[in-house]
Design a protein around this ligand. Structure first.
Ligand code: ZN
Length: 158
């Protein structure tokens, strides 16, 4: 046990954590661990990125930079302006369909998650998770139910 958290002879045994100095634990233990875990970059930013992965939005909306690759599914896109970014395309069913790759002139955005843009599979696997989260929320389900829906279906116990 780290010294900061160890019992000591002067501690109040009825409140076994009252002698723990939160600031000391933070600076000697938690922050170095955070820096270790998020070796690259600022822990606060890395944590924010992780939260986004945990609860992705139901639509992508990524704005394309000049020269960025875009993908159109010839089977499912309802019109030729419907495009997906590389990340969404790679996580979607459409990579197994007939598709066309182009290069963005910049300014357009990824249509992944727009149910009016695709005849089927409007969400890649990432944004489908976001959709599941929204639905739980709409139904007024508790936090626990929302989290359970993020567990892959094949390991969920009914
Ligand atoms: Zn498709």
């Amino acid at each position: 046990m780290p010294i900061s958290l160890s019992p000591n002879p002067n501690m109040d045994y009825k409140a076994p954590q009252s002698h723990v100095d939160e600031e000391e634990v933070s600076s000697l233990l938690l922050r170095p661990l955070e820096r270790f875990i998020f070796a690259a970059g600022d822990p606060a930013c890395a944590m924010e990125e992780l939260c986004k992965l945990e609860d992705p939005p139901a639509q992508c909306g990524r704005v394309f930079g000049m020269g960025e690759p875009t993908y159109t599914c010839r089977d499912c896109a309802l019109d030729p302006t419907v495009v997906m970014c590389l990340d969404c395309f790679n996580s979607s069913e459409h990579k197994r369909h007939r598709y066309k790759m182009s290069t963005s002139y910049g300014g357009g955005y990824c249509d992944c998650g727009d149910v009016e843009a695709f005849s089927s599979h409007p969400h890649c696997s990432v944004h489908a998770r976001g959709l599941a989260g929204r639905r739980e929320g709409d139904a007024g389900a508790g936090e626990g139910a929302g989290l359970l829906s993020k567990v892959p279906a094949d390991i969920q116990v009914a």
